[in-house]
Design a protein around this ligand. Structure first.
Ligand SMILES: *Cc1c(COP(=O)(O)O)cnc(C)c1O
Length: 368
């Protein structure tokens, strides 16, 4: 782990200490309040639950430490993505998004931005390296992409996009700020689904937008207040608790993923395995550079849809669920959602199970 990551993680675990008074709870209280004592509007403090909440403040303090930037929390990853897009786009703008990234971002853009007169241009992640961004208002990158795990050189794309006058939004969900730092690489805004590894226990949806441009972040905050897209205090508490253990969980998940990717790639039933940490993977160039390691997601193909479904059903230690980044290993056949992948393609999210036990279960399930 790089020194600055270690420092951030330690600071995050103690972020409440400077403000604590005798007898205060060490963990943030869940403040379930719509209204706050307000004899005077001018005196500051909390005033209404759509504008602010002390439990959001706690999780935003953690996220700010992780991102080294102002962070605004949202009730889901999609709420964060919508906020970033509505804060940066206007009629007649052009938005560039990945055609092979998280599909709801594409559906949102097509269904709600296009009818407002925004031109939506979807291009494969692999084309970002050569695309001409002239005339674009926002270049949206997702790297490595979900589910294909193709990588984009964030610094190079940000430099070219900004030179062309565009803003750059990076969806960092598959990596988290501990493994990849798009703002340091020049992105204007980071968006993320903290539903995944940061909250990490498959029990809450959450998201955030982070950035270092105060004007842009003020618009993101205004969007939350005016659209009413606010996280609940219980959800903020769960996200806060999850983030405390993000680093130790990622350590186990990524180490296990590297071991499993090697062994899966050698299994006769497995084809076209993708794991950025493997030498020879098309995204391997990014590992050790913008990506701290290969991550915890593995993509591979089995012979066909029924072979993939049978494997997932047989394996006792892979939950058959969508989403990723949780404590339990989870897998699904992405073609069932219409992703542009082969029928037998499985996205495997490696959890925190001890790796040899996990591998035994996978090996047995593969053998059929
Ligand atoms: C899951 C996901 C989202 C959406 O997050 P929700 O919390 O489900 O709204 C956005 N982007 C990526 C890359 C994701 O994997």
């Amino acid at each position: 782990m790089p020194d600055d990551t270690a420092r951030r993680m330690a600071q995050l675990l103690h972020h409440r200490k400077p403000a604590l008074a005798q007898g205060d709870p060490v963990v943030p209280p869940i403040v379930a309040a719509a209204t706050f004592h307000l004899p005077s509007v001018q005196s500051g403090g909390q005033f209404y639950g759509r504008n602010g909440n002390p439990t959001w403040d706690a999780v935003e303090a953690q996220l700010s430490i992780l991102e080294d930037a102002e962070a605004v929390s949202f009730p889901s990853g999609m709420a964060a993505i919508a906020a970033a897009l509505f804060a940066t786009l206007k009629t007649r703008d052009r938005l560039v998004i990945p055609s092979d990234g998280y599909y709801v971002t594409r559906v949102l853009s097509d269904g709600f931005l296009r009818p407002l007169g925004i031109e939506v241009q979807a291009i494969p992640t692999a084309s970002y390296a050569t695309e001409d961004f002239s005339g674009a208002a926002v270049v949206y990158v997702e790297t490595p992409s979900n589910p294909g795990l193709d990588a984009v050189d964030i610094a190079a794309v940000a430099a070219r996009a900004q030179k062309a006058g565009a803003r750059v939004i990076a969806d960092n969900t598959t990596m988290t700020p501990l493994l990849q730092r798009p703002l340091d690489l020049g992105a204007d805004l980071v968006v993320a689904a903290d539903t995944k590894a940061p909250a990490g226990h498959s029990d809450v949806l959450f998201g955030h937008v982070a950035g270092r441009d105060a004007g842009l972040m003020a618009r993101v905050r205004d969007w939350r207040r005016m659209s009413g897209s606010i996280p609940g205090p219980f959800e903020a508490f769960l996200a806060h608790r999850g983030i405390e253990t993000l680093e130790v969980r990622l350590e186990r998940m990524c180490t296990s993923a590297a071991i499993l990717a090697d062994r899966l790639a050698a299994a006769p039933q497995v084809r076209k395995l993708r794991y950025p940490g493997l030498r020879g993977d098309p995204s391997h160039w990014a590992v050790g550079g913008q990506m701290a390691n290969g991550g915890f997601l593995i993509g591979f193909e089995l012979a066909d849809a029924s072979a993939a479904e049978a494997f997932l059903a047989r394996c006792a230690l892979i939950e058959q669920s969508t989403s990723f980044g949780g404590t339990h290993s989870a897998g699904e056949r992405r073609a069932r959602w219409g992703d542009g992948v082969a029928e037998g393609f499985i996205r495997l999210s490696v959890g925190i199970e001890p790796v040899e036990v996990l591998w035994s279960a996978i090996r047995v399930a593969l053998a059929g």
